[in-house]
Design a protein around this ligand. Structure first.
Ligand code: HQG
Length: 181
């Protein structure tokens, strides 16, 4: 992804996950916004955005961060929200035996005490493979990948959801379901 698209991707993440009000748009409770309104408001707030650029960002996003609706009229972020405007009704799914969470060494002491918490986002984010978790962890410092006993959690009543882009979501992970080695 080139520099211009990367900048737009960051802008869209910020607006569609965290601060839609920054450009005067409202997301519906499933996170969708009309693409024409988004483009109009973005341009009014100094961001040069066109439908073509937006489509390129969606297509080339390494993590498939954004989803365009089947009728091509709307866009949303697949996961990662902190805005209270959104409460996506994800479908519950049965997870595989293990999922992975990438974090940084500096958080480990706290995670050992509290388990994984969602922080400002709506969910704890998990991957189905260690490689992706490692990349996520690197965003925060020296990466560590924690293994999560996901199926056992599910069997004990904890809910799991799968976002449009394959990221797994759950509310919290207690320490007894974490493997630290
Ligand atoms: C850590 C990215 C201390 C947690 C990724 C993480 C993901 C704790 C940080 C998505 C803790 C939160 C989300 C505890 C959790 N004590 N630290 N008890 N429990 N943490 O960015 O999972 O590239 O909100 O380990 O791909 O890193 O933006 O969450 O290090 O899917 O599209 O608190 O964002 O996607 O950090 O990343 P974040 P995340 P994008």
């Amino acid at each position: 992804m080139n520099k211009q698209l990367n900048k737009i991707s960051k802008f869209l993440s910020y607006i569609l996950r965290h601060q839609p009000e920054a450009i005067g748009i409202t997301l519906d409770s499933d996170g969708w916004v009309n693409i024409d309104s988004l483009i109009m408001q973005a341009n009014q707030h100094g961001e040069s955005l066109t439908r073509e650029l937006l489509e390129q960002v969606v297509k080339t996003s390494d993590k498939k961060r954004f989803t365009i609706s089947d009728d091509d009229l709307k866009i949303r972020a697949a996961q990662g929200h902190s805005t209270q405007q959104v409460k996506i009704s994800h479908v519950e799914q049965i997870p595989p035996d293990f999922l992975y969470h990438g974090t940084a060494t500096r958080f480990i002491d706290s995670i050992k005490k509290q388990g994984l918490v969602a922080g400002s986002r709506h969910y704890v984010h998990l991957s189905d493979n260690e490689k992706t978790a490692n990349i996520v962890g690197k965003r925060h410092g020296k990466p560590v990948v924690l293994k999560v006993k996901a199926l056992l959690m599910h069997q004990q009543g904890f809910k799991f959801y799968l976002a449009d882009n394959g990221v797994w979501l759950t509310n919290t992970v207690h320490t007894n379901f974490l493997i630290f080695d």
